[in-house]
Design a protein around this ligand. Structure first.
Ligand code: DC
Length: 224
């Protein structure tokens, strides 16, 4: 079974996806981390982010792997654990930019499909239900009020930095992700929309599990 979770930045999708995967015993695929990994490689090696050809080539050459251990989904880039390093704001911004490049998307989508087709997965990102796994059994789209998302990011950053600037960065990220030509973020056909503004993580997880259970029941009935 393939469960896709798409949505805006800081809408709660990663935290929910990881918990849902654990509850179901499914593999979790964090596709945003893959775009971040390619962006991180470029930033660290001082590769010009606007060199589409070079960045595209890198996205094909790098080896990206996930290993779930000690409750954390670790990401390895060419064998090196970069789990913490990719969370920097600079890497997030760079990821959003290189994610607009067609070649980067083609290469990473290929890797995502290879990972997903191995079995039961919860795959999370921006284009999973619309492009990567169009025929997924369950599609979820998560969103929340911009101010609430900024509040979550601000808390995540240890209440450091300027709240209004964080909110502005989220608005910019939304704009870039929703208006890009290649696979823009949008609600996938047939997706269940969950507004997480006033939901706790526990409630978000329960909602997704409910949708999965209902879908499983329907599949079972139609197979009878
Ligand atoms: O979910 P995240 O913040 O880790 O994602 C980082 C960036 O990667 C995000 O701004 C858009 C891009 N992304 C994408 O274009 N497609 C995906 N499936 C996942 C992420």
């Amino acid at each position: 079974m393939i469960v896709t979770i798409d949505g805006t930045s800081a809408s709660g999708k990663s935290t929910t996806a990881i918990k849902v995967a654990k509850r179901l015993g499914f593999v979790y695929i964090d596709t945003g981390a893959m775009y971040r990994a390619v962006a991180f490689y470029c930033v660290e090696k001082n590769i010009k982010l606007n060199d589409k050809e070079k960045v595209g080539k890198i996205s094909n050459e790098v080896d990206i792997k996930f290993i779930f251990k000690n409750e954390v989904n670790h990401i390895y880039l060419n064998g090196r654990d970069i789990t913490e390093l990719i969370r920097a704001e600079e890497v997030g911004r760079a990821a959003s930019l290189i994610a607009t490049y067609k070649t980067v998307r083609i290469n990473l989508v290929k890797k995502q499909r290879e990972m997903g087709n191995k079995g039961d997965v919860v795959c999370e990102g921006r284009d999973i239900g619309t492009v990567v796994f169009k025929n997924a059994d369950v599609k979820i789209y998560m969103d929340a009020d911009t101010k609430e998302r900024a509040r979550r990011r601000y808390t995540e950053l240890g209440k450091e930095g300027d709240f209004n600037m964080i909110m502005e960065a989220i608005r910019e990220r939304d704009e870039q992700d929703k208006t890009r030509k290649e696979s823009p973020l949008k609600v996938p056909d047939g997706a269940v929309i969950i507004d997480t503004t006033s939901l706790s993580i526990k409630e978000e997880v329960e909602r997704v599990i409910e949708v999965v259970k209902t879908r499983k029941k329907k599949i079972k009935e139609s197979n009878r």
